[in-house]
Design a protein around this ligand. Sequence first.
Ligand SMILES: [Zn+2]
Length: 385
Amino acid sequence: MTPEPPPTRPFVLISAAMSVDGHIDDTSPERLLLSCAEDFDRVDALRAECDAILVGAGTLRADDPRLEVRGAARREARVARGLPEHLLKVVLAGHGGLSAELRLWHSGGPKLVLAPDAAVPGLRAELGALAEVVGTGVELDPARALDALAARGVRRLMVEGGGAIQSLFLTAGLVDEIQLAVAPFFVGEAAAPRFAPAVGKPFPQDAAHRMTLLGAEPLGDMVVLRYAARRADASRVTAADLGWMRVAIDLSRQCPPSESAYSVGAVVVAADGTEIARGFSRESGDDKVHAEESALGKIDLADPRLRTATIYSTLEPCSVRASRPSPCAELIRSAGIGRVVLAWREPALFVADCQGVELLEQSGATVVETPTLAEEARAVNAHLV
Ligand SMILES: [Zn+2]
């Protein structure tokens, strides 16, 4: 039985539209329409692919949104895929004062309000059975909010705003991707709300840590920019990492025996915790194939999830190969995978000095080791070392 990894924090996607001068609204009481028809449709399709949608209480009070997937065909397609028709609707509230009359509470799907512990009793009194209210500790803690969502099975979260909520998640280093649609006009009001305004905390995505541009596509009269925001917790080993590494170690035990090569397992996992592919050494009778090579060989390299995916390998990926044109470190780099987790560094047995980690780090990847599982990964190769 392959062990099941624990739930990971959801993949966090910030979706926003802004004017050329960086505003997400103007100062008038009505909501400013930034998106063109094509962009509204794109955002609706994006919503339909998520498990939950989150807004701040300010946006909820100002815009009174329902946060629905508007396309009936998209809702039906969700049901056909075994998903609920409606997303889990999440509100982050710094304090009480949410009217029971807001349209969200009377729209489809479950509602969850996350707030500092002190605000919880007041919100429960205001909302009654309209929403579940959960505390995030002394403060409005975005990491605890994500843990609460993970526990409810949320794998993909769409954060729709407003600005303070965008900054809260971005400065905490908890965002995987930003989709920013730029409208071809100026707002020109200094007091108008901005995209991700300054909140007195540094952004980890600063000039020294530039984000990766995933795409720039014209849409109607707008352009949609997509960035991988690279989470600040990428170099930390999580419980989910250990769970996936155990899956990889389990795979390494399935390798056909060899006296001249290591037994290695590898798994490629998307940022939302979905497995993309797995492989092991000498899989399907090819006595030259490496685990990472086998897993990567099963992947469509155009899969957009690869840029934010993690590859788990029980052994440091190789940097030199006699039997193939590209070593595994090079294959991982070519696939665009930015995070590599390994259990055990290659000893100088078959290769004098493996440079896999160095090669990957030079190409900008984050390499993480799981020392607590090194012995378990090595033990599979006990007859060699
Ligand atoms: Zn290799």
